[in-house]
Design a protein around this ligand. Structure first.
Ligand code: NDP
Length: 247
């Protein structure tokens, strides 16, 4: 986002946006921020009680009525993705944006000792599910005047690092998926596609990856929202194929 970006309080008024991993961490903060700026937010995640808590917080703050989509991306297949797209088409007719935020950290180990099960799970949740959801939702995104697709990257998705295994590989794949899709849509569609690398942020995932760190040394998810708002709203119209740092 441009330095000092200050979103209009009505930035997302009338828009319908989907957030994956909306029950906790950065996804929760993004869902709340999008709702606070006027959006109807579709809350997708695997732990229904957490989604319900976000739902209640949005209602309590006077936001537009959200929708709950309890779904485990670890087991998402073509059929379920198609069903989801059909039900969203029926209920909303179009989609103004998707924030692909849900991810698994997996294990911090040398590749030589990586578990095959964990490897496949991380690639499924972080890459394959994002692909499937995006492919099935493209018609709904095309039906919006200028939709925004945001993928979530990481520092280890730009420079590989020891012991980051499948997670790092999945984030390189995410950057690649964003570039391929952005390039395909650039001249034929009004859909824009970009990545955000949140940078070190105080969430469960960060605390798990860096147990020795003092959690409060990193910014809260709420503090990194400007770029999430910028890319979701019309201020970023025409911006596509880029990877942003939230910090
Ligand atoms: P958290 O682990 O705190 O939150 C991740 C969210 O994704 C949780 O709500 C989790 O659900 C959900 N999720 C995980 N697996 C699935 C699944 N199989 N199906 C549906 N939902 C799922 O992570 P962060 O908020 O820290 O991370 C958000 C994004 O930012 C991720 O893509 C991460 O890789 C990226 N990132 C984070 C950084 C950081 O410092 N925090 C740095 C760089 C990148 P549940 O609550 O049920 O576990």
């Amino acid at each position: 986002a441009p330095a000092g970006y200050r979103p209009d309080p009505q930035l997302l008024r009338g828009k319908t946006v989907l957030v994956t991993g909306a029950g906790d961490g950065i996804g929760r903060a993004a869902a709340l921020a999008y709702a606070a700026h006027g959006a109807t937010v579709l809350l997708l995640g695997r732990t229904e009680s957490k989604l319900e808590a976000v739902y209640d917080a949005i209602e309590a703050a006077g936001g537009a009525k959200p929708a709950l989509i309890p779904l485990d991306l670890a087991t998402l297949g073509e059929e379920q993705a198609t069903q989801l797209a059909q039900s969203l088409a029926g209920e909303f007719g179009h989609l103004d944006g998707v924030l692909h935020n849900a991810s698994l950290l997996g294990e911090r180990k040398p590749m030589a000792q990586a578990s095959w099960d964990t490897w496949q799970q991380v690639m499924q949740v972080n890459v394959n599910a994002g692909f499937l959801l995006t492919r099935q939702l493209l018609p709904l995104l095309e039906a919006a005047p200028a939709a925004s697709v945001i993928f979530t990257s990481s520092g280890v998705g730009r420079v590989g690092k020891a012991y980051w295994g499948a997670y790092a590989v999945s984030k390189f794949a995410t950057e690649g998926m964003m570039q391929v899709l952005a390039s395909e849509l650039e001249n034929t569609s009004s859909i824009r596609v970009n990545c955000i690398n949140p940078g070190a942020t105080n969430t469960t995932m960060r605390r798990t990856a860096y147990p020795a760190e003092r959690p409060t040394d990193n910014p809260s998810p709420e503090a990194i929202m400007p770029v999430y708002l910028f890319l979701m709203g019309d201020d970023s119209a025409g911006v596509t194929g880029l990877s942003f740092n939230a910090q």
